[in-house]
Write a protein that binds this ligand. Structure first.
Ligand code: NAD
Ligand code: UD1
Length: 335
């Protein structure tokens, strides 16, 4: 029996494939390569020393998904596949609803048809909206500021309704905070297409000289140094959180924040990156980015209490590993 990992060649999915195999699971990967490269599969096979069955399919394609379930006995699904660029989702909302919502429905239908009982869903802290900090799983969700966020809230809702209709299914909704960092080998990491939207990939590209300087989006927030505060989590910790969620999942719906519980400002990221990597990050302060919240971080106690999982790696590890990956990129030609 295998775990089907959709989007398994993407940033978080690839680290989770590695973590699952390390934990002794067999894995099948489905990815349409819309935001990843086939070479990531080679890297994963090299790191894990395992042959990993791979299907280059679109998981909104019902026939292709059902064919895969026919061929492989699947024990559970981890659903990472989706689009994630917030700005693009505002410009192309239908593309986001089509991919992110339809993929979830298609996979849940296949699980129903093939009696696959375990489902782990990539959700996001964005579903909390402008709630009180720290974000806690029991909070009522507030509207998000963009279609991407809405697709995550809808995905959660669809899966909850599904389990309400048949309580034999076991679903884990994982709300990620801000994953950064990379596999310590420097072989797996985040390599966004074009100019990065998110902070850490922008910082590493400035460090490399690909981009001139970081723009800090606002220094007038009500935070300790005026810059935005987030709960950054090492992607390796996040990946291990998925394994813990899968190991503990029981019938019903279970929601977990995957974060560290600590907030870090943009200036603290810059300073830590500069210190551990001995590189200067030139920056300038610009206006706030529309839609950004001042600060948020997780209440991470539920995952610790129920899954026995907590984030172990430090901000220093995140900054070091992110830079190690960026430096290695040209060498391994993933991008
Ligand atoms: P990613 O873009 O690196 O990975 C997504 C993968 O899914 C890519 O390899 C892409 O090719 C694939 N994919 C997309 N649509 C597909 C489809 N229809 N069929 C098959 N494959 C498809 O993104 P990521 O950062 O690894 O994020 C993974 C998941 O976690 C996404 O659902 C994302 O919304 C969610 N998430 C990410 C973050 C983050 O900060 N990265 C935060 C919260 C939630
Ligand atoms: C963004 C998404 C969010 C998604 C999350 C993880 C937006 C509005 N939100 O969140 O939906 O769940 O990524 O993928 O895009 N910053 C800069 N300069 C930059 C980039 C970022 O100063 O060039 C600041 C931001 O203002 C923020 C912090 O860095 O304070 C983190 O930004 P980012 O990495 O984009 O993540 P989020 O805004 O938390």
């Amino acid at each position: 029996m295998s775990i089907l990992v959709t989007g398994g060649l993407g940033y978080i999915g690839s680290h989770t494939v590695n973590a699952l195999i390390e934990a002794g699971y067999s894995v099948v990967v489905a990815d349409n390569l819309s935001n990843s490269k086939a070479q990531v599969l080679d890297v994963l096979q090299q790191i894990t020393n395992k042959n990993i069955p791979f299907y280059q399919i679109d998981v909104t394609d019902e026939q292709a998904v059902n064919d895969l379930f026919e061929k492989h006995p699947i024990e559970g699904v981890m659903h990472f596949a989706g689009y994630k660029a917030v700005g693009e989702s505002v410009l192309q909302p239908l593309k986001y609803y089509q991919n992110n919502v339809l993929s979830t429905i298609t996979l849940a239908n296949a699980c129903k048809q093939f009696q696959v009982k375990k489902f782990v869903f990539s959700s996001s802290a964005t579903v909390y909206g402008d709630n009180e900090v720290p974000f806690k799983e029991t909070m009522s969700l507030l509207p998000t500021t963009n279609p991407y966020g809405e697709t995550k809230a809808m995905g959660e809702r669809i899966l909850k309704d599904w389990v309400n209709s048949d309580s034999s299914f076991a679903v884990s909704l994982l709300r990620y905070f801000n994953p950064i960092g990379a596999h310590p080998s420097g072989l797996l990491g985040e390599s966004p297409n074009g100019i990065p939207n998110n902070l850490m990939p922008y910082v590493t590209q400035v460090a490399k000289g690909k981009l001139k300087e970081l723009q800090v989006f606002g220094n007038d927030y009500p935070t300790s140094d005026g810059t935005g505060v987030r709960d950054y989590i090492h992607v390796m910790d996040l990946a291990e959180g998925h394994v813990a969620a899968l190991q503990h999942v029981t019938p019903g719906v279970h929601i977990y924040n995957l974060g560290t519980g600590a907030g870090t400002s943009v200036f603290e990221i810059i300073q830590t990156f500069e210190r551990v990597n001995a590189i200067k990050i030139p920056y300038k302060i610009v206006n706030r980015r529309p839609g950004d919240l001042a600060f948020y971080y997780a209440d991470a106690t539920k995952a610790k209490d129920e899954l026995g999982w907590y984030a172990k790696r430090t901000l220093e590890d995140m900054c070091r590993d992110a830079w190690h990956f960026e430096k290695s990129l040209n060498l391994i030609q993933i991008k």
